[in-house]
Design a protein around this ligand. Sequence first.
Ligand SMILES: C[S@@+](CC[C@H](N)C(=O)[O-])C[C@H]1O[C@@H](n2cnc3c(N)ncnc32)[C@H](O)[C@@H]1O
Length: 224
Amino acid sequence: MHTCKVPQLDARLAAAYAFVRAGRVAADIGCDHGKLSAALAGSGRCPLVLACDLRPGPLEKARVTCAPYGDKVQFRLGSGLAVLAPGEAEDIIIAGMGAETIIEILEAAPWVFDARYNLVLVPATKHSILRRWLARRGFALRGETLCQAAGRWYAVMNAQYTGDAREPDGLYCLTGLTQGQPGCADYYAVQNAKLRKYRLGLPDGAERDAVGELIAEMDRLAAG
Ligand SMILES: C[S@@+](CC[C@H](N)C(=O)[O-])C[C@H]1O[C@@H](n2cnc3c(N)ncnc32)[C@H](O)[C@@H]1O
């Protein structure tokens, strides 16, 4: 255990930290400031952390943050999971990117479609798109933590490949495993407002009706 103070994590990264399995090598994809990598290595939760980023500037910041932890953190410059050999890290965190970027990163690395990997995903936007993609591509949500950071709601997702691909319903896409969690009514109000806006843009027809039904279901859920 290191004696220097590990960085303070916001609620989002603290929830991601909690989903990383103790004793495993972790990869922090899009590490930027390097706080999560430093916390995982510095607390002793992970024997090795691979801190990875697309751009040299952020990776340099991570080097500075993680300097106290010596060779317990290694640095990789490049896009997504292309900087890793399959199996090099079994716990993979992708935090602070939009759902579409997270999906692109996962689609580009077919080796993560394997139950040995523990995925920790923190989409900055479009949570429902990521939940739908995970279900369709055979990943199960093992856990999900709703939290607020810098005044916004985040859903921190823990996913594992099962191979059981399914078409999720709309309510699952919007709420995942968040039902009953503190703050879920506020989160649903935000999700619901986005849904209403989306419905306004739809022409009359079956899709618009289906979104209307979903809105009614969300209203019932928010009313408890
Ligand atoms: C908003 S920061 C998030 C930092 C940290 N993960 C967090 O959640 O606080 C996003 C980081 O992802 C990096 N990034 C964007 N696309 C990437 C990709 N395809 N592969 C690796 N890193 C990427 C950016 O350079 C940036 O440093």
